[in-house]
Structures are given as C-alpha cells and as structure tokens.
Design a protein around this ligand. Sequence first.
Ligand SMILES: NC(=O)c1ccc[n+]([C@@H]2O[C@H](COP(=O)([O-])OP(=O)(O)OC[C@H]3O[C@@H](n4cnc5c(N)ncnc54)[C@H](OP(=O)(O)O)[C@@H]3O)[C@@H](O)[C@H]2O)c1
Length: 288
Amino acid sequence: MAKILVTGATGLLGSSLVPLLQERGHHVLRLGHTHAADLNANLASFVQTSFALDQARPEVIINLTALTNVDRCESHPHEAYLLNVKPVENLCAWMRVSGRPCYLIQISSDQVYDGAGPHEESILTIRNYYAMSKLAGEFAAGAVPSSIFRTNFFGRSLREGRASFTDWLHGALRGQTPINVFEDVMFSPLGIGTLCNCIERAIVKQPLGVFNLGSRDGMSKADFAFAFAHATKLPTTNLMRGKASKVATLAVRRPTDMRMQCERFESRMGLKLPRLIDEIQMVAHDYA
Ligand SMILES: NC(=O)c1ccc[n+]([C@@H]2O[C@H](COP(=O)([O-])OP(=O)(O)OC[C@H]3O[C@@H](n4cnc5c(N)ncnc54)[C@H](OP(=O)(O)O)[C@@H]3O)[C@@H](O)[C@H]2O)c1
C-alpha cells in the first residue's frame, strides 16, 4: 500500500476521507494547519511545506487545503491565492526537488463552470475569485503527475464546527426555519461517501489529467432541498422556492449552472457514477 499524505485532512472532506482510507488499509498521514493532526504546517510557506514533506515522504499526496468561503475569497483575493494556489505550487515544487516518485490528487471545484450545463472539462467560465484561484491551483497541479478532480459534495460533516450544505439544510428543516431554495441554480454533486470511494479508487488507477467528478445528472438546489426533505421525512412547509437572480443582496457573483458531464472519469475508471436522487437517499440515512 502506498504512503498517503492528506493535506487539509482536518477539514470537511478530509474528516470523512481519512477514516475511509484507513479502513481500506492505506497508510495515511494527516496534515492540518490550525487543528491538531499527525503533521501541522502552513502550506503557504515553502519552507514549512518542504520540512513537513521531508518528514512524511509520501508516495501519494491528496491536497484538500483550501479557502472555500466564496465571499471571503472575493473580499480577500490575496488569501484565496495563498490557500488555493500557493500550497499546490509548494507541494509540486517539493515533488520536483525531492526527485521521489510521487503522485498528486488535487481537489478542485465545479465553480469553474457556468452557462448551460452539463459541462465538459474543456470549456470554463470563471465568475469569481474562488473559481479563479481554484483554476490557478489546477494549473499548478498539472505540472506534476496528477489527477485533478472538479467536484462538489454533500453529506454529514464529521468535523466539529464545520457544517456542510446538507447540515445547514437539515438544521433549517428541523428547526422549521423558513429558507429560500433557488430553482435557477443547478448542480450535480456527489454524496461525500461516494466521492471518498472515487478518490480511493483513483489512488490505485492514477488517472492523469482533469476530470469532472459528480453525479450522473443534476438538479436545481430547490429540487435538491425538496428531495432531501422527503428522504429525511421532514416537512417542506418552510422551503420557499425562489430565484438567485432576483436576490440583490448576494455579495459575490456565483455560477448558476455547475452541472458536470462526467463521462471522461467514468470511462477512464471503468465505472458508472450514481444519480443524484440516489445519492440524496443514501445520505439521508446518515441524518436518520
Ligand atoms: N466544501 C464544499 O462544499 C466543496 C465543494 C466543492 C469543492 N470543494 C473542494 O474540496 C476540497 C476540500 O474542501 P473542504 O470543504 O473539506 O475544506 P475545509 O473544510 O474548509 O478545510 C480546509 C482545510 O485546509 C486547511 N488549511 C487551511 N489553510 C491552510 C494552510 N495555510 N496550510 C495548510 N493547511 C491549511 C485546514 O486546516 P486547519 O482546519 O487545520 O486549519 C483544513 O484542513 C477543497 O479543495 C475545496 O475547494 C469543497
């Protein structure tokens, strides 16, 4: 089994991915920044990155380090660069300098798309600094042997204090808080468990290049919210269908159709990705 370093291991995705990799028998080292992990480093610093990697000596790096707050990226683009680009550059620089065989999995985002989906990998539309910085991270990762996965995901967070989209939705449905759900915003995320499984399979197959990694189809965030409410048997009375295009208070321009066409990943990996409705049903069990 390869020695795997997961950076950003203390975050939302890392908190689900690391236990799955360990269950499958992989030798995993977790790298965090402010939360305790096997190794702690500021990956925006090359000195700290190379010190940590010299200790870890990984054969596979899965980079989950990020600034995912879209509003924060817009108001602080320098931070977006430091957390979404610089760590990738530093990890790749270490890979080149160390001369050791090492493969990188870089997690990117569906936010690099807009316009009528589903989108293939080749046509990009950048709406904000978050998307720009994620794309710049992809360019950095492309300079070494890497798989770059553009994705989105949902599911119960195992990281205290870091709520996921469905945690937020579930809280609102249970608390009967009225919320607006947008029918003009489309996406095709995966359940977090399925995404972790796909990443684990990629470690073995090492498909090089850029891949969309989402559910087979997609739906609007409004339809998602109703489907999730039905699956968790919670009342839908407080879900109000609205349109993002009518909300003048959204601070940052966001894409409205992020649905991805995932055939490239399916064909390279020899698998079929699930439908979004089935992912919602599966994730709903975790909220029972
Ligand atoms: N969340 C989503 O819905 C979503 C959707 C699509 C794509 N993605 C992508 O999926 C990946 C994982 O996202 P996530 O939601 O799990 O992120 P997250 O919960 O915000 O976690 C970010 C991680 O980055 C680490 N980190 C932050 N600054 C760092 C630094 N200077 N040096 C080293 N580590 C640093 C954090 O460490 P500490 O906590 O220890 O400080 C944390 O482990 C990202 O690439 C993101 O762009 C996320």
